[in-house]
Design a protein around this ligand. Structure first.
Ligand code: ARG
Length: 464
């Protein structure tokens, strides 16, 4: 049977066309066509290198490079006809090139294989995605610094076990998110180094007999290093797994952040307002304003964890070198990158729009005996052992619960019932301002420390 009836790229050794379903089942073009730009970049670099290596003439190279540029134009104009029978993005583009150039198009694939081609494409694609994600992270972090600076003096309850623990400044709370995101940034930058190594030249698995010059393609494509082993180059997807791990951690952080926004916008907390554009109403309950964006980010986190688990599982049983299993790397990886990028974008847009309700936050901090530890620390400074102070303050809090008074609302006489070491200067300690101002060290919640941390954060962003 002629090769027109079977697949034109590998049909030579086959004697019957594949079953219609089997033709569709292995195809990846529906999802891998989004690699087209990187596939074309890789092919153009490969053609240029082949000319330097004396395999293609300059005229052939020029025809291929220009032909690929035109194909990119067709794809972007929406006039390119994607064919499922051509399986994937690589064969679709190559077939079109051959349609346009004739025999010259068929020379492009000299000295390479789809195995090193696809490994190269994914790395080029992921490198760009990471850069876009890092840009969104920068934007979100800059927004957090701005809000933290404005809210450096705003007092809210800090929680442990979701019970009021000690007063903190809202700026300090926001900077906790800044720290987490800084580590996410570091992880992605580090991951990018290992993404940015070139498998091109590995060919199918063993390298190629042509005198290829891998340093040429490496430089043309902006890779930092050349993969040192062809079998590894075509087969491992650890870089994609590593990205999904870093993305999972970042989504875990955004999910926790989301949970706080959901709590804070509730009628029970009312710590913040989110503008209407990040919320939706209910079709049945007219009073509702639901914090959809944070809820969705929290929900989408599961997809990214799923991608990580999926890719680990995909790789764990594979012998060297390339196996068709690897085609399953793309959808989870694409989905993880899209989800992280969109979630960061949503947060970068939303954070500057957060409107804190300062009076309500302050009142919540005042109500929960949040300065009890400050009273204990005060008694320690008067010379009592901490455990005794803890007990004394426990009695005072019990009295406060029964009488409906916060510690700062009790008279000196009332307080002295619990310890005669308590004097007039106690009130400076029991106020919310006294409490936060006293935690005045690197990483502490004092407004002065928040301002210093904002400056450090700005310096960090500036040197990226
Ligand atoms: N579409 C394939 C993938 O995504 C390209 C590589 C196929 N190689 C092969 N020898 N079948 O992995």
């Amino acid at each position: 049977m002629s090769s027109e009836k079977t697949n034109q790229s590998w049909g030579g050794r086959f004697s019957e066309p594949v079953d219609a379903f089997v033709a569709r089942f292995p195809a990846s073009v529906d999802f891998d066509k989004r690699l087209y730009r990187h596939d074309i970049l890789g092919s153009q670099a490969h053609a240029r290198m082949l000319t330097q290596a004396g395999v293609l003439s300059e005229a052939e190279r020029d025809a291929i490079v220009a032909g690929l540029d035109e194909i990119r134009g067709e794809i972007e104009a929406g006039t390119f006809e994607w064919r499922v029978d051509l399986e994937d993005v690589h064969m679709n583009i190559e077939a079109r090139l051959t349609e346009r150039l004739g025999v010259v198009g068929k020379k492009l694939h000299t000295g390479r294989s789809r195995n090193d081609q696809v490994a190269t494409d994914i790395r080029l694609w992921l490198r760009d995605e990471i850069d876009a994600i890092l840009a969104e992270l920068d934007r979100l972090q800059a927004g957090l610094l701005q809000l933290a600076e404005t809210e450096a003096d705003t007092i809210m309850p800090g929680f442990t076990h979701l019970q009021t623990a000690q007063p903190v400044t809202f700026g300090h709370h926001l900077l906790a998110w800044f720290e987490m995101l800084s580590r996410d940034h570091e992880r992605l930058v580090d991951c990018r180094k290992r993404v940015n190594r070139m498998p091109l030249g590995s060919a199918a698995l063993a390298g190629t007999t042509y005198p290829i010059q891998r340093q040429v393609t490496c430089e043309l494509l902006g890779f930092e290093a050349i993969g040192g082993n062809s079998l590894d180059g075509v087969s491992d997807r650890d870089f994609a797994i590593e990205f999904c791990a870093a993305a999972s951690l970042a989504m875990m952080h955004l999910s926790r952040f989301s949970e706080e926004l959901v709590l804070w916008t509730s009628a029970q907390f009312q710590f913040i307002d989110l503008p209407d554009r990040f919320c939706t109403g209910s079709s049945i309950m007219p009073q509702k304003k639901n914090p959809d964006v944070p809820e969705l980010v929290r929900g989408k986190t599961g997809r990214v964890f799923g991608a990580l688990t999926g890719l680990l599982t995909l790789m764990k049983g594979q012998p060297l070198a390339y196996n068709k299993d690897n085609q399953e790397d793309k959808e989870p990886l694409f989905d993880a990158a899209d989800t992280l990028r969109d979630s960061l974008r949503a947060f970068a847009d939303m954070v500057p729009a957060i409107k804190p309700k300062r009076e309500i936050m302050r009142e919540a901090a005042r109500r929960g005996f949040s300065t009890a530890t400050d009273l204990a620390d005060y008694l320690v400074r008067k010379g009592l052992p901490f455990r005794d102070c803890h007990e004394i303050v426990g009695h005072a809090v019990k009295y406060g619960v029964d009488s409906g008074k916060d510690l700062a609302e009790m008279s000196l006489d009332e307080l002295r019932r619990f310890s005669d070491q308590i004097e007039q200067d106690v009130f400076a300690v029991l106020t919310l301002e006294g409490s936060v101002n006293a935690r005045d060290h690197i990483g502490g919640t004092a407004p002065a420390q928040v301002r210093a941390a904002v400056q450090r954060g700005r310096a960090l962003l500036a040197q990226r």
